[in-house]
Design a protein. Structure first.
Ligand SMILES: [Mg+2]
Ligand SMILES: [Zn+2]
Lengths: 95, 474, 474
């Protein structure tokens, strides 16, 4: 149903490292779950609109009025690594 | 004094405080002490002391336990996850602010399945919660901690969230009342998201009246949540003692479909309660929900898909766990997420990513959303023939710790009766309706959108008739 | 004989909207502020935070759609575009996918494919070896820009040359500036352009493999970048090698084109409808409000210049296509509106002398240019003298009459003054005089040249010709 390669591909998309054991186990578990899920492929859903919102609301818009931004120290307080004024990360260019 | 205070319903305690029989500080301390000493692993954080200034409000200082995933300023809000261990947000969820403003101070944060993914509370990074009825058994999930603390008398009431059954199922397994409101009636702002189109906050309490009282202060349109809306009705305290003229629909096809999964004791308690409803004047009718049996499949596409995206923000950049930054950005991402997320969360991220990925979207996500449409239509049609729909909340009573951890699919089947209602965004309550092998059985009543008053009234009438004693403390 | 190729170019333009606040939160937009002082739980992607759409961003989006003659969707929705990058706090960008705000349309000779709204990414500042992160260079994330509203404008592949791309982008910039929806400053990044480029044999209707040239930040670079890429693709095809579909970067210093993303990292954005937002349903009030704020746009303005002022098509398009020229022209016209076409020519003449091409920013007052044109039309000065006056005005500003006076640039008027000079020129050019007498008027050149030299260009060419004919008895 879903093989090792597919699990690895999806894990890469999700930025999730998996050990070899985990890949093996996930391939089995996901296959059984997807096997159940695939029952919906038997349904005749021709012309049925998809539902992504159950609430029938539109245009929940916000007036374009600024409110004070948050104190930088408060927002940096949870940073795993930081400089005086920003969030420090490994550079994307560095591979 | 402490035991006396804790034996009162929330409403009775509020009245006692209002009368001056008990002070708000005494009430808080009684619960705080008990919560700090608990051995169910149900709290992840308990307040050190009563908050200095409990606002005077209609809830009069009755303390509130809150599921871990609600952000509370300066207080650990970890959503049961290693990746958020020790995270203290700079802001508080709207619904918690509303309840604090109404006079319910924060007693503690409760344990839960990681990111609300689970039906047993065994997926918490902070260990499983034990069911106060039997400590070798699970309390249900994902809001297991919030259900257990109320059942154990460690909190008068609590907040949970329900995505596919995460309030109703633990309420059932712990023998208390839990309400999953109409989607949108309670703000989601500050709730650490699992599946945004399904997540909904709701109350746990020992009885239906307390449930109504808490819910009445939770509703309201929030400018910070685009999907929130004003409840068209004021939520009233229920008074009904009879069910005359109420048509209760039973989706026999769905119950038969899962007959193999329903325990006999659960079935017996459910049928007995239907009988009692008829005695109270209700008309019990058969209804069909032809697509409900596919609810589980649709749910296990939609919820993981949304979750895979909602959980992308846990990347080790701005908050939470970070692993191996020295090995470069991609290694930091993948190792952080490997070490930070538990197995169930990983499974759902993978399913959700797969279902949205190029080439699979139409077959999975697209179809699941169409099934969702069909299920919503089924309910609309059914509510043309009845006022409320009844099912057992869960097919089984509380199961043993570890019993289903090796079989994710078996675990998912716990929510077979709660999920279709979630997909349709409808309100539903679980009330205790009896015991099976000494463990509580939940009775689920669902109604059309915004029918909370009707549901609460009917639940109240049944509660009076069954006379179930909600507390698991002796 | 070798095949001739033609480029097929489509443009994708990201425009930062000039709202007061960000796309989905109430943080003010940032202009060169210290890092991370414009953030909140929403634009930092904190757990539990939710987006709410900025009303004015929709308003601006509708204005852009109207200006580009797009079809405005009665109902449009936002999608999530999922990918990981440190400048993307939620792990997804809220954008629009299959139901954008505006579809189709046209500006000038290029058709519009769509216009949609989205949020900008944050800024990454590469700091190299940080001393904090070992074995890997570090970057600092500044979230001030993150969440700035963007309109993404996508054209059909109607552009056939780099020069046309530049000219069209200038027209687009003028249009957007007139709308007042953006600063449209390429250097500051409020207008950013990507180009999709392919080539095909002239006469072919099939499309070749396209490459995407990213983020060119000046009109000059766009032209040079596209030319370089067209040359690269042509060389490939001529060498019998295929063009590979990839994303490219043009380095304006070296004129080199490099691949931006490694191939192994194929993108799969897993778009799905953003469950935290509700649809945008355009109301008639919203449409009216947008229409009411639409200024006169280049196409309409050019039409008016032609029909009402009698400008030539080229002049009308030139002025209308560049708002700064049109505004200057209209200011000059207001002080003296007798000679619109001559004035238009002199506005163009003035703009050509300016580095920035913006007469409004020069020392030449619009009224001064109008007076200069007045002097010219009353033949008080000659064209040559007017050019000299304009040079002085550009350099120093001032009043044209005073410059003419001080420099003695006034036209040498009637016969009295000019006749002896013409006589002298005829006798110095006897050959030419003979030829004219023989009926060859073209031979008058040297005689006029002589007069002009003697008068330092202050003689009127027509008057000189008249005097020559008169003195030669023709
Ligand atoms: Mg874009
Ligand atoms: Zn913000």
């Amino acid at each position: 149903m879903i093989d090792r390669e597919q699990v690895l591909h999806v894990a890469r998309l999700a930025r999730l490292q998996l050990t070899d054991d985990e890949v093996e186990r996930m391939a089995g578990e996901l296959s059984s779950i997807l096997g159940h899920i695939e029952r919906i492929s038997e349904l005749d859903l021709e012309g049925v609109e998809p539902t992504s919102h159950v609430v029938e609301v539109a245009n929940a818009l916000r007036p374009d009025e600024p409110r004070p931004s948050w104190d930088r120290e408060v927002m940096l307080a949870n940073a795993p690594d930081r400089t005086e004024d920003g969030f420090l990360v490994p550079s994307p260019q560095a591979g | 004094m402490s035991a006396e205070i804790r034996s009162l319903s929330a409403r009775a305690l509020a009245e006692a405080i209002d009368r001056g029989d008990v002070s708000a500080a005494e009430a808080f301390e009684a619960y705080r002490e008990a919560a700090a000493a608990e051995d169910l692993n149900a709290f992840t954080w308990v307040a050190d002391s009563a908050p200095a200034d409990v606002p005077a409000g209609p809830l009069h200082g009755v303390p509130l336990a809150v599921k871990d995933l609600f952000c509370t300023e300066g207080v650990p809000s970890q959503s049961g996850s290693r990746i958020l261990e020790g995270y203290r947000p700079p802001y508080t969820a709207t619904v918690v602010r509303q309840l604090t403003a109404a006079g319910a101070p924060l007693l503690g944060k409760t344990n839960q399945d990681e990111f609300a993914m689970g039906s047993s509370n065994e997926n918490s990074a902070f260990g499983p919660v034990r069911n106060p009825w039997d400590r070798e058994r699970v309390p249900g999930g994902s809001s297991g901690g919030s259900a257990a603390v109320v059942a154990a008398g460690l909190a008068p009431w609590s907040l949970g969230t329900d995505t596919g059954g995460s309030i109703r199922q633990p309420a059932a397994l712990c023998g208390i009342v839990g309400l999953k409101p109409t989607y949108g009636t309670v703000s989601r702002y500050g709730m650490i998201a699992f599946a945004s189109s399904l997540d909904q906050a709701g109350p746990f309490a020992r009885d239906v009246t307390d449930t109504a009282l808490l819910y009445a202060h939770m509703t309201g349109r929030d400018a910070c949540d685009s999907t929130s809306l004003e409840h068209p009705q004021r939520i009233a305290l229920p008074t009904a003692e009879r069910l005359d003229g109420v048509r209760i629909g039973v989706p026999r096809d769905l119950l038969d479909e899962s007959a193999a999964g329903i325990e006999p004791g659960v079935s017996a308690a459910f049928e007995a309660t239907l009988g009692r409803a008829a005695e109270l004047g209700a008309e019990v009718v058969d209804v069909t929900l032809p697509h409900a049996e596919h609810g589980l499949s649709a749910y296990y596409v939609i919820a993981p898909a949304e979750a895979s995206s909602n959980l992308a923000r846990f990347d080790g950049v701005r908050y939470g766990l970070r692993r191996d930054p020295d090995e470069g950005l991609v290694a930091m991402y993948t190792h952080t997420r490997h070490d930070g997320f538990g197995d169930e969360v990983k499974r759902r991220i993978l399913i959700g990513t797969y279902a949205l990925s190029s080439g699979y979207y139409d077959a999975y996500y697209g179809r699941a959303q169409q099934v969702r449409t069909k299920i919503a239509e089924d309910f609309r049609a059914a509510f043309g023939r009845c006022d409320l729909i009844a099912t057992p909340t869960a097919p089984t009573v509380a199961f043993k710790l570890g019993e289903k951890t090796d079989d994710p699919l078996a675990m998912y089947l716990n929510d077979v009766f709660t999920i279709p209602i979630s997909l349709a965004g409808l309100p539903a309550i679980s009330i205790p309706c009896g015991l099976s092998d000494g463990l509580p059985v939940g009775f689920q009543l669902a109604g059309p959108a915004f029918s909370e008053n009707r549901i609460l009234d009917a639940a109240h009438a049944l509660e009076q008739a069954t006379g179930f004693e909600g507390l698991a403390i002796s | 004989m070798s095949t001739r190729y033609e480029p097929v170019i489509g443009l994708e333009i990201h425009v930062q909207l000039k709202t007061n606040t960000k796309m989905f939160c109430s943080c003010a937009l940032s202009f060169g502020d210290p890092p991370n002082v414009h953030t909140c739980p929403v634009c930092l992607g904190l757990p539990g935070a939710l987006p709410v759409v900025n009303e004015r961003a929709i308003h601006y989006g509708l204005m852009i759609g109207m200006a580009l003659e797009s079809e405005l969707a009665p109902r449009s929705i936002f999608h999530r575009k999922n990918y990981f990058y440190p400048d993307l706090p939620k792990g997804y960008q809220i954008s629009q996918f299959d139901l954008p705000l505006c579809s189709g349309g046209r500006l000038g000779d290029v058709r519009i494919h769509r216009v949609h709204l989205e949020e900008d990414a944050a800024k990454l500042v590469h700091v190299g070896e940080s001393g904090r992160i070992h074995g890997s260079d570090a970057s600092i994330v500044d979230f001030n820009r993150g969440g700035t509203p963007l309109a993404e404008i996508v054209t059909e592949p109607d552009v056939r040359s780099a020069e046309q791309a530049r000219e069209w982008l200038q027209l687009l910039r003028t249009t957007l500036r007139q709308l007042g929806v953006s600063d449209v400053n390429m250097e500051e990044g409020s207008l950013r352009c990507d180009a999709n480029i392919s080539i095909r044999p002239v006469g072919s209707t099939e499309l070749g493999t396209k490459t995407e040239l990213k983020n060119m930040n000046s009109f000059r670079f766009i032209e040079r970048g596209i030319n370089a890429e067209v040359a690269r693709q042509t060389a490939l095809l001529e060498a019998g090698e295929p063009v590979v579909q990839e994303t490219l970067h043009f380095d304006p210093r070296t004129e080199r084109i490099t691949s931006l993303r490694s191939k192994e990292e194929a993108h799969d954005y897993r778009y799905f409808p953003e469950p935290d937002l509700v649809p945008i349903a355009i109301t008639s009030e919203m449409l009216e409000a947008a229409r009411a704020e639409l200024p006169e746009l280049p196409a309409a303005r050019a039409e008016r210049y032609e029909s009402k002022l009698g400008l030539s098509t080229d002049s009308a398009r030139l002025l209308a296509g560049r708002a700064e020229l049109a505004e200057y022209f209209e200011a000059a016209l207001a002080s003296d509106g007798d000679q619109p076409q001559t004035l238009a020519n002199w506005v163009a003449e003035l703009a050509a002398r300016l580095d920035e091409g913006d007469p409004g920013a020069s020392k030449v007052e619009p009224a001064a240019l109008a007076r200069l044109v007045g002097l010219l039309s009353t033949k008080a000065i000659t064209v040559g003298a007017a050019r000299q006056v304009l040079d002085r005005l550009v350099a120093e500003g001032g009043d044209p009459e005073q410059i003419v006076e001080a420099e003695g640039l006034g036209a040498i008027g009637g016969g009295d003054e000019l006749a002896p000079i013409v006589a002298e020129a005829i006798s110095a050019n006897a050959d030419a005089a003979e030829k004219i007498k023989g009926g060859n008027m073209k031979a008058i050149g040297p005689i006029i040249g002589h007069v002009m030299k003697a008068t330092k260009g202050r003689a009127d060419g027509g008057e000189v010709t008249r005097l020559v004919r008169e003195q030669l008895g023709l």
